[in-house]
Design a protein around this ligand. Structure first.
Ligand SMILES: [Zn+2]
Length: 342
């Protein structure tokens, strides 16, 4: 027979186990609820704004923050690699304000303006925001040097029609034949993205699954257009335009979907003026024009920046490029940042 002491000891042990299991269950519930709310209602982006802060990464490579913002309590930057034009999101804590591996010529690791100005990004930003300022098709139109291949840009201006499904599926099929993600630059307008959320999500999915390698070109939030106004007063040249809002809101839409904005901008209608270009430089964005707007009968050649519309507003251009997309040997598509390679 068990003594009273043994019985009490057993009861105490059992109640300890029950207590531990209860704590474990409560903690699991809290973690599950937190995960659910984090996924369903992620903390929103606040105080999103332009900036210009040079810094070094851990390897001592120069980088430039062009946007700053907070998510919850975390301070973040949108950062451009000034040698490759590629962008990424970084936390401020990753930034070093002095070069951790300084060269002998600059042992303190301080920044110099000449180092910044010698980077390809800063040179290109200056070159493609300098005069003259033609009202149409201002910006880079084709590769800076001889390249084998073309740069496909697909404009997604606001539209009430479904997108060019067959065209995008053909690009995805091209990935299966090429065995690598298909490079594609999409000029995204905010209103298209917001009004075609399923199609926008599908494009993001293709990017995540590495079927398409999408560079998101900023094509403004509203892409406003009036059919009864001449170009010098139309698109972003309308007097009511809030250019900062047009740029930053589109980038916030991309970030809210886990996508990284690029340093490239396509003016709606390819229409701009000196004032807009000077402002664009302040935002660190490079205007992307085109020498091969297919629907306007402009022929593509090696190094061309091809322009088609993927929003079903200009099906003629899609018809012209489709035959080449079926056969991977007939077209070599290149990622847009390579357009500046010298
Ligand atoms: Zn457009």
């Amino acid at each position: 027979m068990e003594t009273n002491e043994n019985l009490l000891a057993k009861l105490s042990l059992n109640s300890s186990k029950v207590f531990i299991i209860c704590i474990f269950l409560i903690l699991s519930l809290i973690i599950s609820l937190c995960s659910y709310f984090w996924i369903t209602y992620p903390p929103s982006i606040t105080n999103y704004r332009e900036t210009f802060i040079p810094a070094y990464d851990k390897q001592g490579k120069l980088q430039i923050a062009i946007r700053a913002y907070t998510v919850g309590s975390i301070f973040k930057f949108l950062v451009v690699n000034p040698y490759t034009f590629e962008t990424r999101i970084a936390e401020a804590s990753e930034f070093a304000s002095r070069n951790p591996h300084p060269p002998l010529t600059n042992p303190n690791g301080y920044f110099t303006i000449s180092e910044l100005e010698q980077t390809p990004y800063m040179k290109v930003l200056k070159k493609y925001t300098s005069p003259p300022y033609p009202i149409e098709n201002y910006g880079i139109k084709s590769a800076s040097s001889l390249v084998r291949g073309v740069f496909l840009t697909v404009d997604m201006c606001p539209s009430t029609k479904p997108f060019e499904e067959k065209f995008f599926n053909t690009l995805v099929n091209l990935q299966r034949k090429m065995k690598k993600a298909v490079p594609l630059a999409i000029s995204l307008s905010g209103l298209w993205a917001l009004q075609h959320s399923k199609e926008f999500d599908w494009l993001i999915e293709q990017h995540k699954k590495q079927r398409l390698n999408i560079t998101w070109i900023n094509h403004s939030l509203s892409h406003v257009y009036y059919t009864d106004v001449p170009f010098p007063e139309n698109f972003l040249l309308t007097p009511q335009t809030n250019f900062s809002e047009e740029i930053l809101s589109l980038e916030r839409i991309l970030l809210s979907k886990g996508q990284v904005p690029s340093v490239f901008f396509r003016f709606p209608g390819l229409v701009s003026d000196e004032n807009l270009i000077i402002q664009l430089r302040r935002f660190g964005l490079i205007p992307i024009a085109s020498d091969a707007w297919l629907a306007k009968e402009q022929q593509a050649k090696e190094g061309s920046i091809i322009l088609v519309h993927g929003n079903s507003n200009e099906h003629k251009g899609i018809e012209m490029i489709m035959p080449q997309l079926v056969d991977p040997t007939s077209i070599q598509l290149l990622p847009l940042h390579k357009v500046f390679e010298e």
